[in-house]
Design a protein around this ligand. Structure first.
Ligand SMILES: NC(=O)c1ccc[n+]([C@@H]2O[C@H](COP(=O)([O-])OP(=O)(O)OC[C@H]3O[C@@H](n4cnc5c(N)ncnc54)[C@H](O)[C@@H]3O)[C@@H](O)[C@H]2O)c1
Length: 339
């Protein structure tokens, strides 16, 4: 199939490009490079033997989208493009609604115009809001607690409405838990600008010496060691879930939501220790106050994806940490070489 990856030069999209191309699909990446760099293409070329086609464009540009869908005879779209920082979304809600919600609406309009009706959407476990029970299954009530989460919820609802209006749409909303790790080559990975928002890149930057220490927000939660528990999922497992979802949509029309998580939680300190083990480096940390809005534990029930898609996460914490460490070291080296 010819598959368009919006946001395909970003962290998750670039890994999806590898898995899809290796499964025999033709991949076209469409990205405005607002949070990624064009050299990802060259790195993808090193992994795949040939770089995917790249279109420098914004998802709000309906005309360019239509032209791209037609020119490359696109059969299906994976929609990764979006802004994703919770704190920033609180400070700049309009930018988030514009980029995420309007961008998705334009994409859907262009798809409709061109007769492309298969979509895999990057949703998030944030649509569940505060957990009302654990593990979180897909029937858990939704209700996001910040503008970023609300954009995901609005897009999911727009997609559900679309599927009701026209039975030929095939839509999978994949609700990611906490993607971490990198491709085994060390050539692609998560490369946040500025101070990382997420735990794993922060730990990696401490281990490599770019930051002095990690702040652990609270050690008095009702969890195994008092620190927060999250459902970490290896990015390669996550993108294999996209391939499984695409195959599922081949035989199933309508709107579908799936959790993509490991189905179990790991604590912040477990992650720190696993990283120390994988890297052979000490990760200094200090315990600081809880962060407002953080919950003690959250993790998925991933049975629906297993039953419907035949997919489940296979890689453990050690592999998540080892691949992140390989990427972190290679990335530092590549950045030094390009100076
Ligand atoms: N990484 C996570 O922890 C996580 C968790 C849940 C959901 N998600 C969702 O998964 C998707 C991918 O996340 P990621 O971690 O790869 O983020 P990322 O920032 O690395 O990748 C997103 C890509 O989209 C591009 N982009 C942003 N706005 C665009 C626009 N208007 N037009 C074209 N391109 C645009 C960026 O340049 C970037 O390359 C996002 O939608 C995100 O909300 C991510």
């Amino acid at each position: 199939m010819n598959i368009l990856l919006t946001g395909g030069s970003g962290y998750i999209g670039s890994h999806a490009a590898v898995v899809l191309a290796q499964a025999g699909h033709e991949v076209v990446i469409y990205d405005n490079l607002s949070n990624s760099r064009a050299d990802v293409l060259e790195r993808l070329g090193r992994i795949l033997g040939q770089a995917p086609v790249f279109v420098h464009g914004d998802v709000r540009d309906a005309a360019l989208l239509e032209q791209t869908l037609r020119h490359h005879r696109i059969d299906a779209v994976m929609h990764f493009a979006g802004l994703k920082a919770v704190g920033e979304s609180v400070a700049q809600p309009l930018a988030y609604y514009d980029n995420n919600v309007i961008g998705s609406q334009r994409l859907l309009q262009a798809m409709q115009q061109c007769g492309v009706r298969t979509l895999v959407f990057s949703s998030s476990a944030t649509v569940y809001g505060e957990p009302q029970y654990l593990p979180i299954d897909e029937d858990h009530p939704t209700g996001a607690t910040n503008p970023y989460g609300r954009t995901k919820l609005h897009i999911e609802q727009m997609l559900a409405d679309l599927a009701v209006s026209d039975a030929s749409w095939r839509i999978a909303c994949l609700r990611y838990f906490n993607p971490v790790g990198a491709h085994e080559s060390g050539l692609i990975g998560e490369d946040p600008n500025g101070i990382p928002n997420n735990l794993m890149p922060f730990i990696a930057q401490v281990a490599v010496g770019r930051r002095p220490q990690l702040s652990v927000f609270g050690d008095d939660y009702d969890t195994k060691d008092g620190t927060g528990v999250r459902d970490f999922i290896h990015v390669m497992d996550l993108v294999e879930g996209h391939l499984a979802a695409l195959n599922f949509l081949g035989g199933n029309a309508g709107w579908h939501a799936f959790n993509l998580g490991a189905g179990q939680g790991a604590s912040v300190l477990e992650m720190v220790h696993a990283f120390e083990h994988a890297s052979g480096r000490k990760v200094p940390y200090q315990i600081v106050d809880r962060r407002p809005g953080d919950v003690a534990s959250t993790y998925s029930k991933a049975d629906k994806a297993w039953q419907a898609l035949g997919w489940r996460a296979r890689r453990g914490l050690d592999e998540m940490c080892a691949s992140t460490w390989r990427w972190q070291q290679a990335d530092v080296k590549q950045k030094k070489e390009s100076l």
